[in-house]
Design a binder for this molecule. Structure first.
Ligand code: ARG
Length: 392
């Protein structure tokens, strides 16, 4: 049987290659979908896969697609699940789709992933596998063999697989253009204070405050500090700029799909910068009713994506609503970055629903006396309620 495995080069997926060969008798094809790894690392990942005896390896550059079709959608949706700006969750459906494409090209019977039975990624991979390739067998070796992380490490050592993590610091790290997540090991104790070393993208390198301007066109970021950038470049640059100020560090308790509460650490400087700016612009151009309704849509959108339901028709319908609102979300936002904080300090748009004359205390164009009629009825029902009390 030929199996196509989503391969990151990390501990779990490397162990999976061997397990698929040994315990399942498979020929293994590995697919590494690049959603934001450093260039050099990809070559190492390929070499590692080949050294494990795979029959074929594919490296697929999906950064552009990830940025345009997934991250930009997440920005328009101000995507956040319980305060986690969806990053891993956002990339999984795209990775799974690419695995299916390779399986078709390779005429493979099985699709495989290295997710455990405790996390969210198994749901995300398998939802896509089932939707796009219902006839293929799904193999999840780590879950099916009920392996612990310690057992995986032992198995890796036994098979001469280079282990990038050690038993002292067995962090499980996932990263893509939109964020980096660190979990496992001593971080599993929510009372444990994470050591500085777990962070890579948000080490404080600049100590003076800095102003950054983000320009949006129809809800999508197009310029940083006046410089037009392509989506991937823009996100990479936003991560660098905000990360240097320590912006985008999150330490949280998250409710996983299964219901398990998990302690999660994230680094997401670009997400923090761009979503903060995007929200500020929306506040200027959308009506209060649009904003209130959109907040509900955002919560539902984020929950669907977190739950791996990217292909659920409701997600597409919500995106249609979101896109309609984004037609006017164009303009510029200035933010002040300093010591881990990212604060909006100015915003402007041609579509602003803002009238300086109307709101200014120094202007007469809105005649204050004209409001009297509205005041009379503003609290009509409350007024009547108090009247009934007085009658008793
Ligand atoms: N909890 C996050 C999610 O479910 C991130 C999981 C990342 N995985 C990891 N091995 N660090 O989307």
């Amino acid at each position: 049987m030929k199996a196509v495995l989503a391969y990151s080069g990390g501990l779990d997926t490397s162990v999976c290659v061997k397990l698929l060969q040994e315990k399942y008798g498979c020929e293994v094809v590995t697919v590494t979908v690049d959603v934001g790894l450093a260039r050099g690392e990809l070559r190492e990942v390929e070499e590692k896969a080949r050294s494990l005896g795979v029959v074929e390896h594919y490296t697929i550059d999906a950064r552009e697609e990830f940025a345009r079709k997934y991250i930009f959608r997440a920005i328009k949706a101000n995507a956040s699940y319980q305060g986690y700006p969806l990053s891993t969750a956002l990339a999984r459906p795209l990775i799974a789709e690419k695995v299916v494409e390779v399986a078709e090209r390779e005429n493979a019977e099985a699709l495989a992933h290295g997710a455990t039975g405790k996390g969210n990624d198994q749901f995300r991979f398998e939802a896509v596998f089932r939707a796009l390739a219902p006839d293929k067998r799904i193999i999840a070796p780590i879950r099916e063999l009920n392996l612990t992380r310690k057992e995986s490490i032992a198995y890796a050592k036994k098979h001469g697989i280079a282990v990038p993590v050690d038993v002292e610091k067995p962090y499980s790290i996932d990263e893509n253009l939109w964020g980096r997540s660190i979990e496992g090991g001593s971080l599993e104790d929510p009372a444990f204070v994470p050591p500085e070393e777990i962070y890579e993208w948000t080490r404080l390198r600049r100590h003076e405050p800095e102003l950054i301007e983000v320009e949006f066109s129809r809800g999508e970021p197009v310029k940083l500090n006046g410089r037009a950038l392509e989506p991937v470049e823009l996100i990479v640059e936003a991560n660098r700029l905000a990360g240097e100020h320590g912006v985008g560090r999150i330490d949280m308790i998250e409710d996983r799909i299964l219901g398990l509460k998990a302690r999660e650490n994230y680094e997401c400087p670009a997400a923090e910068l761009l979503i903060t700016a995007h929200r500020a612009l929306e506040a200027l151009v959308l009506t209060r009713r649009e904003l209130a309704f959109k907040a509900q849509v955002e919560a539902r959108w984020s929950e669907l994506v977190y739950f791996g339901l990217w292909n659920e028709p409701l997600r597409l319908a919500l995106d249609a609503f979101i896109d309609r609102t984004q037609e006017r979300v164009s303009g510029r936002v200035k933010l002040r970055l300093h010591q881990g904080s990212c604060r909006v300090v100015a915003r402007e748009s041609e579509n602003a629903l803002y009238s300086l004359e109307a709101v200014s205390f120094d202007d007469k164009s809105l005649d204050q006396r004209s409001v009297e009629g509205m005041l009379r009825y503003h609290a009509l029902q409350a007024e009547m309620y108090w009247r009934t009390l007085r009658r008793r």
